[in-house]
Design a protein around this ligand. Structure first.
Ligand code: ZN
Length: 172
């Protein structure tokens, strides 16, 4: 979908709601995963980001009240994996994922969200859409910075966790 093709507030809000709900759900999964992984600090970070996503989604829906929103394909804003789409890291969310990987995954997708809003803010033919999108760029930029900060300061122990999420007793 080309951001320049988003010409109405209703279209934009439908996309934004899909993006924010996807983000909130993935963060809840990441938080659950970090709890299993005994990493309460990173779990808490992800819960906070899940809350932001949900808050944004509800703000978007409040703004959309009275508008008829077009349907968005549910996969349009699915998170993608740092290693490429074929590695299916999203399915791996249900298993153990080391914190640095989880943070990389989150950062990649926050950047995608920010870039989507930035593209709309630059390319939509509607001034109103450009204005709302620009507000959302600023918010997403804060999430990107928060994750970058965590990645830069992740305790050293997290860096030496095994990279392989397979359980140690799995058959070779
Ligand atoms: Zn965000």
């Amino acid at each position: 979908m080309s951001p320049g093709a988003i010409a109405t507030v209703a279209e934009f809000l439908a996309h934004a709601a899909a993006l924010e709900w996807e983000s909130a759900e993935r963060y809840e999964e990441l938080a659950d995963n970090m709890e299993v992984h005994n990493n309460p600090e990173v779990a808490e970070l992800f819960r906070k980001l899940a809350e932001y996503g949900e808050l944004h989604a509800r703000e978007v829906e409040a703004r959309a009240k009275g508008l008829e929103l077009p349907r968005i394909a549910p996969w349009a804003f699915q998170w993608s994996c740092p290693e490429g789409p074929e590695t299916q890291c999203i399915e791996a969310l249900h298993y153990l994922m080391p914190p640095h990987r989880a943070l990389d995954l989150a950062l990649l997708n926050e950047r995608r969200g920010r870039d989507f809003y930035a593209d709309v803010a630059a390319a939509s033919p509607s001034a109103e859409v450009r204005r709302i999108a620009a507000e959302m760029v600023a918010e997403e930029e804060q999430h990107v910075r928060l994750l970058e900060h965590w990645i830069a300061h992740l305790p050293a122990f997290a860096g030496v966790l095994p990279d392989d999420p397979d359980p140690p007793n799995s058959p070779e």
